[in-house]
Structure formats: C-alpha cells, structure tokens
Design a protein around this ligand. Structure first.
Ligand SMILES: *Cc1c(COP(=O)(O)O)cnc(C)c1O
Length: 381
C-alpha cells in the first residue's frame, strides 16, 4: 500500500499531551477572565525567558507584532514616514505590509542563494542616508545574522528589527547587539508569530513582540490596547491587538515543549540531509555554528513543479514558500514597478518545502528514497 504523507497535520497530539491542552483550556473557561489575565502575563515572562529579552508583549498575530513594533518606533520618534526600511526579497508578505501601511518606504534586498537569507553585501550596497531600519527575517528557521554587519548598521543608528515568525528558539554563535544569542532578542526588537503552522502554534492566531527596550515595550503594549494605558484615555491612535487568555494558555503548554519540538525537527532535517542524494536536488545548508530550528526544510531544483507533481503521485505532500516574491505580487504592481531581485525570483521558481512538522523518521526515510528515484530531465553540469 502507498504511504500517504500530508505536508502538515495540525492535530494537536504530536508535540504535546492533549490532556495538558484540555486542562489549560478548562482553566480559562472556568476563570471567566478572557483578556489581560494571568495566562497572558505568565506567557509573557515565559517567552521573554526563552528569547532572553527583558520584555515581552503578547499580541494578536505575527503581522500585528510587526506593525506594532514599527509603530512603536514611530511613536518614539525613531522612525518617520518616508524613512527607508529594508527587507529580504524572498520573505512572506507579512514582513512588508506593515512597512507600506505605515507610510515607511519598503526597500527590498536580494538574498543569498546559499542561505536563503539576506545577502549582507547587498544590504551594504543598498544603504542610503534615508535607511533607518532593516527587517531581518530568519527564514525557514535559519538565523540571518552577521555580527560585523549588524554592528556596522547599529553604529549608523539603523534599527535592527527581527521578523522571528519562523525561528523561535534558534541561536547564533555570539554577537547579538545584547548578550543574548537567541533570535528575536538579537537586534533592537523582535516579532514572533504563533500561527497554527509555526513551530509553536496557537489554536488560532497569536503573536508577540520581544525587546530589551522598556520604552518600546511600553509603547507596543499601549498601541495594542487602543493606544491606552488608562481605560478610556487614549494617548495614541492605537489598535486592538491583544492576545486571548485561551491562546496564552495553549501557548504556555506548547512553549514548555519547545526544545523537544526543535530537536525533533532537527532530527528530521539531518535525516533528509544524510539520505537525499539525488544530484538534481540542492539541499538546504546546515550551519554547524548556529542552532537552526527548521521551520521548513526547503530543497531546490529547476524542475520543482515536476518534482512536486511526482511527489504528489507518490502520496507525499509538499509546499512552496513562496511561489511569488513580494515585489512581484499584484498588490504591489505599482509600488515595486521595475524592481528586479534575481536570486529571490529564481528561488520562487525552484524552492520546495518537504514535510517536516510531523513526519516520523521512517516517513522521512521513505520521502528521501522517493526523491532519490526522481529522474531529472535536465542535463546537470
Ligand atoms: C507567519 C509569518 C508572519 C505573519 O504571522 P501571522 O501570525 O500569520 O500574522 C510574518 N512573517 C513571516 C516570515 C511569517 O512566516
């Protein structure tokens, strides 16, 4: 019988004991407290401890976390409409929407083919006197970090803002702006997503902002609560971006299992790395001095669409992250007119994410075997 392996299965029993989630949900239902309560408060300190930051504000989504982070720096007078904010050209659109929404100028930077992350030489080339911030995306769970460049940017007063949606618990070796080596806390401020498909997923939407800056933490919290610190007194035109108590309770259970979750993903990634040997397939780079958390295991080949179809015929699900680069999206037709990002555009035609969230070692072995039998039609050099 053919093995059927979905790309991802969001039923909850994989990473945590279901009874723990049920007990936590019941606790919230019975408490009668659904916002601004103990679960959220405790989750915030537990997440700050994971990211090794002084402050954490639990919010509604990853997208909102990025928006609140940028707005907070605008309220603080450190960013203003028209300022240039860089971002990696292969990221998910949520990294960019808040930049353009807030009237900041979004500047795409091409990425490195070796790491799928920001090309730091390109970052330097794209700097202008109006560059005021960079959104660093640790795509697929691999830290995008170069201590030398980050110090260079920091010395020039450029804000280093991390989109850590895909890399909770990842680490670099040395060299954050502060003492921590954990992503999210490396730069001035970090945003995290708990979308159900993320490494730590809520049972719905949730996100968080982490920082060591008390004023930015205060502003994020205020903006997420209608711009208010005292009920019915509004200091800024804010939003309603609070985290639900029930999501905080679910996330506390998940967060306790973060190491287990990261290790399991790491084990599957190293299995793929060891077992996939088809010369037509380029595997993602394992960076021994970093801790990668493998949100996705992304291979690439010019024959991506054929490979995806072939995997499907063999009962194996896969995904494309992402098929269209942000600057090529219809909603940005005018905004990024004429922009070319050769590496990011090439990647969008060649990348393929293999199942990693909940495959067993046996399934990973089977997937590698199927991939190794894929017949390339392109003569390889
Ligand atoms: C998921 C994701 C987001 C947005 O998070 P949501 O919680 O879905 O709003 C932002 N950036 C990146 C890189 C993501 O993968």
């Amino acid at each position: 019988m053919k093995m059927e392996i979905p790309f991802q299965d969001l039923s909850q029993s994989r990473d945590v004991a279901l009874a723990d989630l049920e007990e936590a949900a019941l606790r919230v239902i019975r408490s009668g407290r659904f916002l601004h309560g103990k679960e959220t408060e405790n989750f915030e300190s537990e997440l700050a401890a994971v990211c090794k930051t002084r402050y954490c504000v639990a919010v509604s989504t990853g997208l909102d976390a990025i928006r609140l982070m940028l707005r907070a720096y605008m309220e603080a007078g450190q960013l203003a409409a028209g300022d240039e904010v860089m971002f990696p050209a292969n990221t998910f659109i949520a990294s960019v929407l808040p930049i353009t929404d807030l009237g900041l100028t979004a500047v795409p930077v091409d990425v490195s083919e070796a790491t799928f992350n920001l090309d730091f030489e390109e970052v330097k080339r794209k700097l202008t006197p109006r560059t005021k911030a960079i959104v660093v995306v640790h795509l697929y769970g691999t830290p995008a970090w170069d201590a030398g460049i980050m110090r260079y940017l920091n010395d020039r007063g450029i804000l280093i803002l991390e989109d850590n949606a895909q890399a909770i618990g990842a680490e670099v070796s040395g060299g954050g702006l502060h003492s921590t080596t954990v992503t999210g806390g490396l730069g001035h401020c970090g945003a995290i997503s708990f979308y159900p498909g993320k490494n730590i997923g809520a049972l719905g939407d949730a996100g968080a902002v982490v920082t060591n800056d008390p004023e930015i933490a205060r502003l994020v919290r205020m903006l997420a609560n209608y711009g208010s610190e005292k009920k019915y007194y509004n200091m800024a035109r804010g939003y309603n971006c609070r985290m639900d108590e029930i999501q905080a309770a679910m996330l506390r259970v998940k967060l306790r299992n973060l190491d287990k979750i990261s290790e399991r993903r790491g084990k599957i990634a190293s299995l793929y790395d060891r077992l996939i040997s088809n010369p037509a397939i380029v595997k993602p780079r394992i960076i021994p001095q970093y801790r990668q958390v493998w949100h996705q295991y992304v291979i690439s080949t010019p024959e991506r669409d054929r490979l995806r179809e072939y995997l499907k015929e063999n009962g194996i699900g896969s995904e494309i992250h992402y098929p269209v680069a942000v600057h090529k999206q219809p909603c940005y037709n005018e905004y990024f007119k004429g922009v070319e990002m050769p590496v990011a555009e090439k990647m969008s035609g060649q990348v393929l994410s293999l199942p990693i969230a909940n495959v067993t070692e046996k399934e990973a072995g089977h997937i590698a075997e199927v991939i190794n039998r894929f017949q390339s039609m392109v003569a390889l050099k």
